[in-house]
Design a protein. Structure first.
Length: 121
């Protein structure tokens, strides 16, 4: 949220394995000297023994669990709405791979000139 850059990926499932892959992606794409505070929902896959072991081995990661109604979710949902409105609804996709490619292209374009995302109610 600080500079507006978004780290994203598309995965076919949402298990603890995919969450660990995403954590590794974040670890790889952020400067090693930064502490990382991730706000996540209370989904069980964020709390498995494998995830807890990985987090213990990577102490710069700090997970913060919030209730579903937390305001940060409004910003995430609004960003997803922008992807939907500005890219997905404007396209015709013949496969999941094409859709995923369009989403990642949108993120790349967004990150080329990022701005902090501000959602005003």
């Amino acid at each position: 949220m600080l500079d507006g850059k978004v780290i994203g990926t598309c995965m076919p499932r949402h298990r603890h394995r995919e969450f660990l892959r995403f954590l590794k992606l974040i670890d790889h794409q952020t400067p090693s000297g930064l502490d990382l505070h991730l706000v996540v929902d209370n989904y069980a896959n964020h709390k498995t023994p494998a995830v807890k072991r990985w987090l213990k081995a990577h102490p710069r990661f700090h997970l913060h669990f919030t209730p579903t109604s937390a305001s940060w979710l409004n910003m995430v949902e609004r960003f997803f709405a922008e992807i939907t409105q500005n890219r997905i609804r404007r396209g015709a996709f013949k496969s999941v791979a094409e859709l995923e490619s369009a989403i990642m292209e949108y993120l790349d374009n967004h990150n080329a000139n990022p701005k902090p995302f501000i959602h005003l109610d």
